[in-house]
Design a protein around this ligand. Structure first.
Ligand SMILES: [Zn+2]
Length: 497
C-alpha cells in the first residue's frame, strides 16, 4: 500500500496546484479593469472577496494613458483628466474611460457595504476636474483625509493586512493557541503517565504535605518533577503552567484513574463478548473497617482460553445476601452482562453465601437455573487442612505452641529487639567463622509471622520465620543474653517443641 499511495498523493497535490493556478489565471483575465463598469465588491460571495482583492492588487490600479482624455465642463473653460495625476497618487487613483471619471481602487476593494464617505470614488466616480488644482481642497487629497482613521486610510490598512496575512492578529492568535494546546497536552500526558506508573506499582499518589514549600510533595508531584528533569519540553510545560490547566489537582488524578479503570473494564467486557460466565465473590474489610465486595469473572474468551478477571471492588453497607445480590446485579447491569448468562458461582462457605434458602447462591439460582454454586476450592482445601491438622495431636500442639511463642515475643518490643540482636550477633559469628557467605539480599533478618486460621500457607511461612530465629530447632537452649522472664517462657516452650 505505501508504494502506491505516495505517487497518488503527489499526483493529487500536483492536480490541486494546477487547478489553483488555472483558477487564478481565469480570475485575473475575467476581472473588469474599467472601474466605472465593475460590480460592487459586496456583490461577490464573501469567501471569494479576498481572492478577488488580491487579484486586483496584483493588477495594480487601472491607469490608462489615453492619447486624449475627454473634455468636460462649460465650453468656455473645458477641462479633462490629466495622466500626471497618476504620479501623485500612484497606489489608488484610477481612471474610467467609459465614465470619464476618477475612482479609488483601495476604497472599491475594501468596501463591504455602500459607504457615503467613499461613494464618489467607488460608485459614482469623480469628474469635477476644475477642483483638482484647488490646493488643499483638492478632492483627491480630501479623499485620502488627514486622519489615520479616514475611510481611505482604513482601506490602506486593510490592504496591508490582506497582503501581510501571516502577521494578521488572527494568525498570531491561532499560532499562540496551538502552542498553548501543545503545552497543555504534554502536561496532561505527563500526569496520566505518572498516575499509570504509580498505580501499576501500587503506590499512593498523594503526599502528606503537597504545599510549594514542602520538601516531599508526595509521589505524584515528585514523579512529575523527576520526569521534567530529563526532558526540556516537559520541564517547560510543567514549570510554566497556565493558571487553570495544571492537571495536578486530586480531582484530576481521580478522574484519570476512573478513565483508566473504565478502559480496563471495557476491555474485560469485550473479552467476555456473548460468552457465559461465572462470578467469584469474596468480601473483605479494608483498613478503614469498611465492608468491600471483590468481584471476579471467570469465562472462556474467543480464543478458547479460560480467563479470570478482577472486575470491581464494591463498597457494601452489610454482607447480607440480599444486599450483595443487589450490588452484584447493579455491577452486571452497568456492564450489560445478563444474569441469565451466569453459569457458575464461587464463594466461601459462610452462611450468607452458600445458604441453601437465603444465601447469595440460592438467590441467583432462582433467577438462573444454570448458576451452579461451587464452594471455593481454595477455601475448602484450607478448611480441610486445618481440620485434619487438629486431629493429629502432635501437629496441633506444635502450632499452638509456636503461636504462643510468637505471641510472647511479638507482644513485647523489648523481647522482639532482644531476639533481633541475638540473630544479628549469630550471623556475625557465622560470617567470621566462614560458615556463612555474604551476598546481595542474603542474611537479612525478618520478623516472626503468626499462622493464620484462614490461610494454610501462613503455617509454612510461620515455621520459616521461626526457623530463622532457631526457635524450632530441637534441644536449643535460650541464649544467655535474653532477660530472665523471656528465658523462662522460651525454655518452657522449647522443651515442648
Ligand atoms: Zn480611497
Amino acid at each position: 500500500m505505501p508504494e502506491s499511495s505516495t505517487p497518488a498523493i503527489e499526483q493529487n497535490t500536483f492536480e490541486t496546484q494546477r487547478t489553483e493556478t488555472e483558477e487564478n489565471e481565469d480570475l485575473l483575465s475575467s476581472l473588469e479593469r474599467d472601474p466605472g463598469l465593475r460590480i460592487p465588491m459586496w456583490d461577490y460571495p464573501y469567501e471569494k472577496r479576498d481572492q478577488i482583492r488580491r487579484a486586483y492588487l496584483k493588477l495594480k490600479p487601472y491607469q490608462p494613458i489615453l492619447k486624449s482624455f475627454s473634455f468636460s465642463g462649460p465650453d468656455s473653460h473645458r477641462r479633462r483628466f490629466q495622466s500626471s495625476w497618476y504620479k501623485k497618487f500612484p497606489d489608488w487613483l484610477e481612471y474610467s474611460p467609459s465614465q470619464d471619471a476618477a475612482f479609488c481602487l483601495l476604497c472599491y476593494l475594501f468596501s463591504n457595504k455602500p459607504n457615503p464617505n467613499t461613494k464618489t470614488f467607488t460608485m459614482v466616480g469623480f469628474s469635477n476636474w476644475k477642483k483638482v488644482n484647488d490646493g488643499n481642497n483638492c478632492p483627491f487629497i480630501t479623499h485620502v483625509g488627514g486622519s489615520p482613521c479616514s475611510a481611505h486610510n482604513n482601506s490602506v490598512r486593510a490592504k496591508l493586512d490582506l497582503l501581510n496575512d501571516r502577521g494578521h492578529i488572527r494568525h498570531a492568535l491561532i499560532a499562540q493557541g496551538e502552542e498553548q494546546i501543545k503545552r497543555n497536552r504534554l502536561r496532561l500526558r505527563t500526569s496520566i503517565d505518572v498516575v499509570r506508573l504509580l498505580t501499576l506499582q501500587s503506590c499512593p499518589l498523594r503526599g502528606h504535605d503537597e504545599s510549594e514549600t514542602s520538601e516531599n510533595q508526595g509521589n505524584f508531584l515528585e514523579f512529575r518533577k523527576a520526569f521534567a528533569r530529563y526532558n526540556d519540553e516537559v520541564s517547560k510545560a510543567i514549570e510554566n503552567p497556565d493558571y487553570n490547566a495544571k492537571y495536578v489537582a486530586s480531582s484530576i488524578q481521580k478522574e484519570i484513574l476512573q478513565i483508566i479503570s473504565a478502559k480496563v473494564r471495557n476491555h474485560i467486557r469485550e473479552e467476555i463478548g456473548e460468552s457465559k460466565f461465572c462470578i467469584i465473590v469474596d468480601e473483605a474489610r479494608d483498613e478503614a473497617r469498611r465492608e468491600q465486595m471483590a468481584i471476579v469473572l471467570r469465562f472462556v474468551d474467543k480464543n478458547g482460553s479460560i480467563r479470570e478477571r478482577f472486575l470491581q471492588l464494591v463498597r457494601v453497607n452489610d454482607t447480607s445476601a440480599t444486599t450483595l445480590k443487589r450490588e452484584l446485579c447493579l455491577v452486571l447491569k452497568e456492564h450489560n452482562l445478563l444474569v441469565e448468562n451466569i453459569h457458575g458461582q464461587g464463594y466461601d462457605g459462610a452462611s450468607n453465601m452458600r445458604g441453601e434458602w437465603n444465601g447469595l447462591q440460592a438467590l441467583f439460582l432462582a433467577d438462573c437455573p444454570y448458576a451452579y454454586y461451587v464452594h471455593c476450592f481454595a477455601h475448602r482445601l484450607q478448611l480441610a487442612l486445618v481440620a485434619a491438622s487438629k486431629e493429629v495431636s502432635s501437629v496441633h500442639q506444635f502450632f499452638s505452641n509456636l503461636n504462643f511463642i510468637i505471641n510472647t515475643i511479638n507482644s513485647s518490643p523489648k523481647r522482639h529487639d532482644e531476639l533481633q540482636a541475638r540473630k544479628t550477633a549469630e550471623i556475625e559469628d557465622l560470617l567470621l567463622s566462614g560458615q556463612l557467605e555474604t551476598g546481595r539480599g542474603a542474611n537479612q533478618i525478618g520478623t516472626l509471622k503468626r499462622a493464620g486460621d484462614t490461610r494454610w500457607a501462613s503455617h509454612l511461612q510461620s515455621i520459616h520465620s521461626s526457623g530463622e530465629f532457631s526457635l524450632v530447632s530441637t534441644g536449643a537452649r535460650p541464649p544467655q543474653r535474653f532477660s530472665h522472664n523471656t528465658k523462662r517462657i522460651l525454655t518452657f516452650n522449647i522443651k515442648i517443641l
